[in-house]
Design a protein around this ligand. Sequence first.
Ligand code: FPP
Length: 257
Amino acid sequence: MTQPINYSTLPADLHPEALPAHVAVIMDGNGRWATQRGLPRVAGHRQGAKTVKDLLRCCQDWGIPVLTVYAFSTENWRRPMEEVGFLMRLFDRLLRRELAEMQRKGVRIQFLGDLSPLPHRLQDLMQEAMAVTCSNQRVQFNVAVNYGGRQELVAATRHIAQQVACGALSLEQVDEAALSRALLTYPLPDPDLLIRTSGEQRLSNFLPWQLTYTELYFTEVLWPDFDRAAFHQALQWYQQRQRRFGGLTPAPLAQGF
Ligand code: FPP
């Protein structure tokens, strides 16, 4: 009989030197997970939050330095008020409960997106969490909240236009590196692997610039069920990919961090 895998350390069939340096995740399927169980949709978000917590721990345990999750898009305001309110309270509660642990484990948390429409108390909490953890180096945890990729590109373009207008940048200096510097993810490497759960195969306005060369992994698993075994499968799939970045010869699997 085969031994069950112990997921507290990197599974033996994964190569540590070829792990993604940056994993991005579109956490989809919370509502369907709850509906399938006859529960209110918010029960799916509550369970989904436990999945995020374990994935973050898993990145610490397995040596993946950057994790970026899509927690709330600019389009999610269109959901019923009760669901939006529940999500805001959930972010608030999670931050309060998990901040000390993140600090102890060397996690740096960063929020990507326009935080200004969020409840003031939550904004303060987010700013505090970013400040308290800013020098931690073990894992960088990015949470996209009120994030929209096109909005990010518009803001970056405006920033560059301003720099050109005031003479800080010449037109010739406006290149890919300048645009990357103006994005919310700077100076992080672009994601090597994107995971989207629940069978949907779209990017939904998530990191459009940064995902240009990323390996895209779609799975039918609903987000609340995305456990370490499911992550293991995604990484096995990733390690079989050949990344050529438009060239003919395979490049290293991760770009390094
Ligand atoms: C998408 O599933 C999920 C969301 C819009 C919310 C994600 C939020 C969490 C998992 C909560 C905690 C996260 C952090 C990082 C603090 P859906 O509701 O669209 O599912 P459906 O497509 O089945 O309706």
